[in-house]
Write a protein that binds this ligand. Structure first.
Ligand code: ADP
Ligand code: MG
Length: 587
């Protein structure tokens, strides 16, 4: 933001005119909150009395001096851009200079502000200004307030009773406001949020280092440990390889503007959380959650065959994109945008989700003893009460090093339970892996990489096929020909099934419909080792190694979880390892 609020020139106004911005209480909250964020606030307190059409927002941002306060509610007055060129590099949430003016027009508007930034030199007094309908100051007085800004809006649409009619009910409006704050809080994790309804604290979000810490505060069913987080720069080089036009950014070098693109991903691990509706598949771009159906679809399809068929992922992706690629003028509230290079960003999303789903040593918890447990254990050990083993022993054949080379995590097959579960030892604790679905995941991905139909030396005889079944075989590239009365011969079959004794049954199953995708799932399921099959330790180890290198080791293609981790920290808690034995037993 610049230190001075100015009226925009006509040619800029004509270009960005967007229609009505204030159409509800939620819109008031959105516009004012965005102003607070643009002013660099880290603490935003919102107070709403919906029955009285009243909203007040206080922030600890940079504030305004008296000159700016007088100018703030004039039409098309902003401190965020001054000319057309600025539009292509805009990184603030606001830039049209319309919200305060509209509010002056539609409600009783009052602003209290005290500068809190070196931009205002030694001006540090607080002022209160009341505006008339045209946005002109009609009352100006000195006030003693903390640095920052308080904006008071009351009697919204008071002179426009028609606009109040047909508005959603107060509880519905509150829900709208809740969603606005939740979404924006994900984009600004370092902000403390409070929403008051009258005298009642209605919503509170504590700050965190990233959006990962915000999501569990919003969705009570999601725990921090259910989430995977990735933050990465999006390389210009990569973009260039994909033939995407990259401008010379030296012309954009300006401290207030974005100088690199990045992607931030918070993903609910598909074996731990998913939802009935795609209501938490969200995309934020440059600080604002927006509707970009093509990107939301990219998220959902990246997680296909990962979540159960009728469920949707929990996923928030925040992209920082060079502003010249974005056109915000698709919707007055800037909730929908046009984006250049959609394909490139879809691909980036796909890659990031792929990375988040995989097991790799950098993604796995190391030895997740909580700091407190760790401390207590150390004290107890020092007293010689007992010993714990920390870290994994390096086996004589340097298994750890070899694993690193192969990209494997440290997971050692220890035993088999009920001929069904493999017990694995991992530095973070003990894992139980269901052998059938782990194998199913391996085979499914093999089939995705190469769906091979091979010629059968001895044809397989099938009886009573309907015309729909024959068509289905054709779709799957499986050759069948008439062999006699109501008898057909299959001349080819998926390679994985060809040698099986039950190949005829498998072919009949495939003939019953579904696309190639479902055929792969069915084939993988049938070919995977059954539960109840005894396995030797080397067989189990080999299965674990192959499984953990799959693209999505967490769930089978039907969306069932494959492994259950029993974290060492949970075991330590259960076995009360923090007890200082001597003392607590009076020995
Ligand atoms: P825009 O956000 O598009 O610039 P607004 O009408 O929302 O237009 O705000 C006008 C100007 O008032 C802003 O450009 C900014 O300089 C100033 N302003 C508004 N709210 C605040 C705030 N909470 N803290 C500091 N300055 C503010
Ligand atoms: Mg604004």
């Amino acid at each position: 933001m610049r230190p001075k609020i100015q009226t925009l020139p006509k040619e800029v106004v004509n270009l960005i005119a967007a229609g009505e911005v204030i159409d509800s209480l939620a819109a008031v909250v959105r516009e004012l909150v965005e102003n607070s964020l643009d002013a660099g606030a880290t603490r935003i307190i919102i107070s709403i009395i919906s029955e009285q059409w009243r909203v007040q927002i206080s922030d600890n941002g940079m504030g305004m001096n008296l000159a700016n306060l007088k100018q703030a509610a004039h039409p098309h007055s902003t401190s965020k851009i001054t000319n057309l060129q600025d539009l292509t590099k805009i990184s603030s949430l606001g830039f049209r200079g319309e919200a305060l003016h509209s509010l002056a027009n539609l409600s009783n508007l009052e602003i209290l502000s005290r500068p809190n930034s070196p931009l205002f030199g030694d001006e540090s007094e607080g002022w209160r200004v009341v505006y008339n309908e045209q946005g002109k100051p009609i009352e100006v007085e000195r006030v003693a307030i903390a640095p920052g800004t308080i904006i008071k809006v009351s009697n919204l649409f008071g002179k426009w009773p028609v606009r109040r009619q047909g508005m959603p009910s107060p509880p519905q409006q509150m829900r709208g406001i809740q969603l606005i704050i939740q979404q924006i809080a994900l984009c600004y994790p370092d902000v403390t949020w409070q929403v008051w309804q009258g005298r009642k604290l209605w919503m509170h979000i504590s700050p965190g280092p990233t959006a990962k810490q915000i999501l569990p505060q919003i969705l009570s069913t999601v725990r921090l440990s259910d989430l995977q987080y990735i933050q990465q720069e999006v390389d210009e080089q990569e973009a260039e390889e994909l033939n995407i036009k990259i401008l010379n950014f030296s012309q954009y070098q300006d401290s207030q503007f974005l100088d690199r693109q990045s992607l931030e991903l918070v993903l609910g691990l598909p074996d731990r959380c998913h939802r009935r509706r795609p209501d938490w598949v969200k995309v934020g771009i440059n600080g604002r959650v927006v509707k970009v159906p093509e990107l939301e679809q990219a998220i959902i399809s990246s997680l296909a065959r990962t979540c159960p068929g009728d469920r949707y992922p929990v996923c928030f992706i925040h992209l920082q994109i060079f502003p010249y690629q974005i056109n915000w003028n698709r919707h007055p509230a800037k909730t929908e945008i046009y984006l250049d290079n959609l394909k490139f960003w879809q691909q980036q999303i796909n890659l990031a989700i792929g990375k988040a789903l995989q097991f790799s040593s950098e993604m796995m918890p190391e030895f997740p003893l909580s700091e407190r447990v760790e401390k207590i254990l150390k004290v107890s050990e020092n007293r010689g009460n007992y010993q714990t083993r920390r870290g994994i022993e390096v086996s004589p054949d340097n298994r750890e090093e070899k694993n690193q080379e192969l990209g494997l995590i440290e997971l050692k097959a220890i035993a088999q339970l009920h001929n069904t579960y493999i017990v694995g030892e991992h530095p973070s604790g003990m894992w139980l892996i269901e052998q059938h679905i782990a194998h199913e995941r391996i085979l499914y991905e093999e089939l995705c990489d190469a769906w091979q139909v091979i010629f059968l030396e001895t044809p397989i005889i099938l009886h009573h096929l309907s015309s729909a079944q024959i068509e289905q075989f054709q779709r799957l590239n499986i050759e069948v020909e008439i062999f006699g009365d109501l008898v057909w011969a299959a001349r080819s079959a998926p390679k994985m099934l060809a040698k099986r004794n039950d190949c005829a049954d498998a072919l009949i199953e495939l003939s019953k419909g579904g696309d190639l995708e479902s055929a792969k799932v069915a084939t993988a399921c049938r070919s995977a080792i059954r539960n109840g099959t005894p396995l030797s330790l080397p067989e189990m180890q080999s299965l674990l190694n192959k499984w953990q290198l799959t693209r999505n080791p967490r769930t089978c293609p039907h969306g069932r979880p494959i492994y259950l981790p029993l974290e060492e920290s949970a075991l330590a808690r259960f076995f009360r390892r923090h007890w200082v034995i001597g003392k607590s037993h009076g020995i």
